[in-house]
Design a protein around this ligand. Sequence first.
Ligand SMILES: [Zn+2]
Ligand SMILES: [Zn+2]
Length: 716
Amino acid sequence: MLASVLIQYSVKSLNKEFDYLIPNNLIKRIRIGNKVIVPFGSSKVEGFVLNIHDNIDKSLEYREIIEIEESDFYLNDELLKLGKYMSDSLLCNLISCYQVMLPKALKASLKTNINRKYETKVYLNKNIDVDKYIFENKRNKREIEILNILKERECLKKEFGSSINRLIEKGIVVSETYEVNREVQVDEDKRNIYLTDEQKNAVKEIQNSNDNKFLLYGVTGSGKTEVYIELLKNVLKENKTGIVLVPEISLTPQIVARFKGVFGDKIAVFHSSLSEGEKYDEYRRIMNNEVSFVVGARSAIFAPLKNIGLIIIDECQSNTYKQESTPKYNAIDIAFKRSEYNNAKVVLGSATPLLEQYARAKKGVFHLIKLGNRISGKFPSFEIVDMNKETKKHNYIISDKLDAEISGSLSRNEQVILLLNRRGYSTFLSCSNCGYVYKCPNCDISLIYHKSSNSYSCHYCGYRVASSSICPKCHEEAIKDLGLGTEKLESLLLKKYNTKVLRMDADTTSTKNAHRKLINEFSSHKYNILVGTQMISKGLNFENVSLVGIINPDASLSIPDFRSSERTYELLSQTSGRVGRFDLPGKVIIQTYNPNNYVYQNVVKNDFESFFNYEMNIRHKLMYPPYFYICSILITSSTFEEASKGSIKVKEYLDKHLDENYIILGPSVSSIVRLNNKYRFNIMIKYKDNAKLLKVLKELNDINIKNVNIDINPNI
Ligand SMILES: [Zn+2]
Ligand SMILES: [Zn+2]
């Protein structure tokens, strides 16, 4: 028998299959979709079995498959087809699509047992009179202790350390080794669920509709999670399965706890802080049909569930659903594709959907369902503070108004959340003597001071150097840290209010389960103020928070990206959604130098509709999504000249092959000219119909111009 195996042939591989002989010892285990190790040239490579057949060509000499990586895991028919669709529509090689569908642990190792976890249980040998043994061996205290425990119950070997071995050797105790699943640490929230009429209607409408694509547009605090849970309960009744995607699972432990509280073991969780081994265990539970639902971030969309009835994509506006590395897929597109195959419903949920999502809902492409009321019945009250006036009073960071509100909340023993979307201590380091600016040697970007680690670091490539107040250029002690990061704000608040301040950003949450711990600590009121970056904006419910302060949202608004207004609206509206969810009335203070900007004005009125209309108008004029699609081409090289020349070549190629229906912009240098020692140029194509574009880009890919990176519908 032969197996056609897809292997990685070259970097920009063509999708290449080669036939290999299946050795006798593998013939019973091998199946289509398995990942195998095969010889190729003088090395061993990984590949996927795409076909098994016996069309042996006697004039050829075949080599043998070496091993199956994990015979229990395989890509089923649906996933194999899905990979082909991805490869065609994303212009990437097929094998990278299949690789992304399996947990990483499988990728790395050639040894099949490395990921398995074993435990050994010990119990008394029933054929031996233990009491007699105890009587005869009274002096051996540790042995007697162990035997007395074992009289009560079976035990794990590791509980006894090494002293158990002698008892096993003597045959008094018997041991048995078996494979176990690692336990995944997830909180459970078992509170009862009561649906409001609005929520009940939403559930009914989704269930009774013949449509398959829904946008559940619900204001923050309107209880989308309860709707999801109710929908999933019905999926379970129909004996079907479901996938729930959340933007980043470690950021939303409270939502996951709700699901876990209702469905318990029926849920597999793909948690970003799971070890590879833990992911492997969860994956196996899915392969063995032990779970009905999978909750996870982006890659959970590839869960090998069968008979999917429902896919929920919470916070569907999140840019985390798009993968930035090859294959550059968007999990929402994949969800629609899987929905076609399984005839499943897809529910996108958000309080601030992307413009294109909301536009599609209004056009009827998605069935629009609204949740307009908060469960608590309360919306927070807003106030915009004009920082131009405050700086005249020398208030650069905290305005008089915010100061008064913080003091008020603290005096009433209520909690405060402050959003500052910049981590680190300062945001800029420069010499006050000669004007030198500390920049990353690998990237064209300034270094950020981190007080806790006493270092200057680059947030793009991770470069780090010990901090020093001496200027490397003029050697004066004159380096000043300018700008405001979360670390500086934290220390300032400590001084000013003399209260317990918790900081939550990428630096304080890098260790396993740190996120959950910090959230639980704030939730149980061990801290009075929470300072954080955008990671605090979503999915968190704190009963005792009465005030949200937003420090310097202008920074996010000034990012050169057509989505910056939309992202800022989302950030502010999501963060302000953290107050007033329970009994306490909520207050939100926005500090800005542009108080009249339409983003702030509409956030304050909680008027997404009017923000949508205003922003759509701008998009229309500038020919951006949803009026046009976008494809971005990045050209990189280690020298500026080569990158520039390469980008001009690409532009000439596109001009030659694309007609006037395609608008080609650039080449221009990227917003960060140099990243990780590579110079970067961009070309952007705006278009309405991609049929021809894909063909042209595929050829561009194939003529193999080095360092050309194509991203269709990029996040930007
Ligand atoms: Zn200097
Ligand atoms: Zn760097």
